[in-house]
Structure formats: structure tokens, C-alpha cells
Ligand binder design. Structure first.
Ligand code: UTP
Length: 297
């Protein structure tokens, strides 16, 4: 079984659900507490053993590339001020030289197209995809858990979570086959099915381990839902040739591409941080109390 060494992080979408912020700021640079969303995806990939990250960027996303570069003026100022903690923090987050690549998706034609843009850098080996606006929260990162199942099965492995059965039309849903601990075989995939047509309530939550044969299928540039080149469509084709497995995530994924998911993630991560937990918790408790009192009045 080939090792998964590379991860693709697509960051070329327009982020229209987050306008007006995303008019000038990539949504992947919005912060959860004090780190940009994209940093959480990189940390998760490194935790899972990924050695090389390929960002698929687009127009107005140059700030993401800058974020992963040295900032000598800033470091100089911190040094003069004796702020060693901050310098260490920046050093810890700096990727190893040569371990990050950037390629461009000239037009946001869909997630499938963005992943296809990384084909030459990935080459002929299995690879991971992390959607950075889906932020993993749990003891172990979602990709590390997905990788655990890949270590058992090989093939293609998708991380999944269960949604409310009435919400299937919001997600890519998989069919559940035989158990393969710690997951199950995937029997089919459907993009946004109505609850009556959904094969299960397990949705693909934004972490994928895929075999390189997916690139040939994505290269057909077939348009799917929303007239976009969808990764789910290519995976459905690949499922006819290769096995797919699902790994239910034991933590929770926050959809930070949506306003409510982003705010929830900020609260969850803040409450998990010892340095700010108390100062965040008290005002929230007060606000919730006030709201309840208002509703009761
Ligand atoms: P989304 O569909 O959530 O991102 O794609 P979006 O299109 O930017 O968001 P909205 O719906 O307009 O608010 C998931 C990930 O895939 C990337 C996005 O940047 C995001 O990280 N993506 C999406 C691309 O890189 N290219 C695309 O053509 C589409």
C-alpha cells in the first residue's frame, strides 16, 4: 500500500456566503480565535503524517501565500522588543522549506476542477484533500482518523459524519455497506439527495484520501450540480473501478464557510483554550441568560 504523502488544500473559491468580508479577504484567512482557518487544516494534515501540501489558489488569494512566508520586518521588531514567545510561535507555524507548493485555478469552476489543478504536483500516488472551511474539532484530527482506516483498507477513504435525516439535501451522502472496522464500505454516493432518496444519513465531511486515477475522471470536465465540476461525480465514476470506504469522524466538523458554523467554531475553540476559557464563558453565559429572560418576558 502506497503511503499518503501529499495533501491538496483548495482555497480558490469565492466564499460568497461570507460577503462582504470575502470581497477582499479570502475566507480561509478568517480567524478562529487567533489562527486563520487555513492554519487549522495545515496542522491537521501534518498531524496525519502529510509531508507536502499543495494549495490551489485563485485571484485575491496572495495573502495566503504570504502567510506561509517569513516576515523579516515583523520578526526584527519582535526581537528588538524581546518578544521571544511570539517569535517561537511564528517559527513553529513556518512550514519546512520546499514542503509547500502553490498552483492556480484561474476560474472557480468547482471543487473537482480545483483538485484537478493539483494533478501534476501530486503525480501518480494517493493523496489527501482537506476542505479548509470544514474545521476539525476533537481529540484526534479528522484526517489522522481517516488515515487510520486507509492503513487497514488502502483504496479510497472518505471521512463522514451523520446529519439529521431531514438534512440530506444539504450534503454529499454515501451508502453504507459492510463494516470494515473502524468504518464501512461505501456502496454509492449521491450529491444532495432528498431525504426519501438518500441511501443513509452519512455525509462526506470534507476529508478525502483518493487514488490518482481520480485525475483522469476529473479531467473530463463534466459539469454537475450548480454547473460546477464536482468531485462527488468523479468519485461516483471511480467507485465502479475501485473500492471506497468511510471513516465516521469521532469528533465534530464545523462548517466555517457558513456564518453560524464559523461563530460556533470560535466559541468551541475559545472554550477549549485554557488561557481565555473563563473570560469567554462568563459573558456568553450572561448573554444566554439575558436572552432567556427576554424570551420569558
Ligand atoms: P465551497 O463551495 O465551500 O467554497 O468550497 P466557496 O465556493 O468559496 O463558498 P461559497 O459557497 O461561495 O460561500 C469548499 C472549498 O473548495 C474551494 C473553496 O475555496 C473552499 O475552500 N474551492 C471551491 C475552490 O478552490 N475552487 C472552486 O472552484 C470551488
Amino acid at each position: 500500500m502506497k503511503k499518503v504523502r501529499k495533501a491538496v488544500i483548495p482555497v480558490a473559491g469565492l466564499g460568497t456566503r461570507f460577503l462582504p468580508a470575502t470581497k477582499a479577504l479570502p475566507k480561509e484567512m478568517l480567524t478562529i480565535v487567533d489562527k486563520p482557518v487555513v492554519q487549522y487544516a495545515v496542522d491537521e494534515a501534518l498531524e496525519a503524517g502529510i509531508e507536502h501540501i499543495v494549495f490551489v489558489t485563485g485571484r485575491n488569494k496572495a495573502v495566503i501565500e504570504d502567510y506561509f512566508d517569513l516576515q523579516p520586518e515583523l520578526v526584527g521588531t519582535l526581537e528588538r522588543a524581546g518578544k521571544t514567545k511570539q517569535i517561537e510561535l511564528l517559527e513553529d507555524l513556518m512550514p519546512v522549506a520546499g514542503s509547500v507548493s502553490f498552483t492556480r485555478q484561474q476560474a472557480p469552476l468547482g471543487l473537482g476542477h480545483a483538485v484537478w489543478c493539483a494533478r501534476d504536483i501530486v503525480g501518480d500516488e494517493p493523496f489527501a484533500v482537506l476542505l479548509p472551511d470544514m474545521v476539525s474539532f476533537g481529540k484526534t484530527g479528522c484526517l489522522a482518523e481517516t488515515m487510520e482506516l486507509y492503513g487497514v483498507t488502502g483504496g479510497n477513504v472518505l471521512a463522514v459524519e451523520q446529519c439529521h435525516p431531514s438534512d440530506t439535501a444539504k450534503y454529499g451522502i454515501v451508502g453504507r455497506g459492510a463494516d470494515v472496522v473502524p468504518g464501512f464500505e461505501i456502496t454509492g454516493m449521491v450529491e444532495k439527495p432528498a431525504p426519501a432518496e438518500a441511501p443513509s444519513n452519512y455525509y462526506i465531511n470534507g476529508r478525502y484520501i483518493l487514488q490518482p486515477e481520480i485525475f483522469e475522471l476529473l479531467g473530463r470536465h463534466e459539469r454537475g450540480a450548480g454547473n460546477e465540476i464536482q468531485i462527488t461525480d468523479a468519485m461516483e465514476h471511480l467507485l465502479k473501478q475501485q473500492p471506497f470506504y468511510a471513516r465516521p469522524f469521532t469528533g465534530r466538523m464545523f462548517d466555517c464557510g457558513s456564518k453560524s458554523g464559523f461563530i460556533e467554531a470560535n466559541v468551541a475553540f475559545a472554550l477549549a483554550r485554557e488561557d481565555i476559557r473563563d473570560s469567554v464563558f462568563e459573558p456568553i453565559r450572561e448573554m444566554v441568560g439575558l436572552r432567556r429572560a427576554e424570551q420569558a418576558a
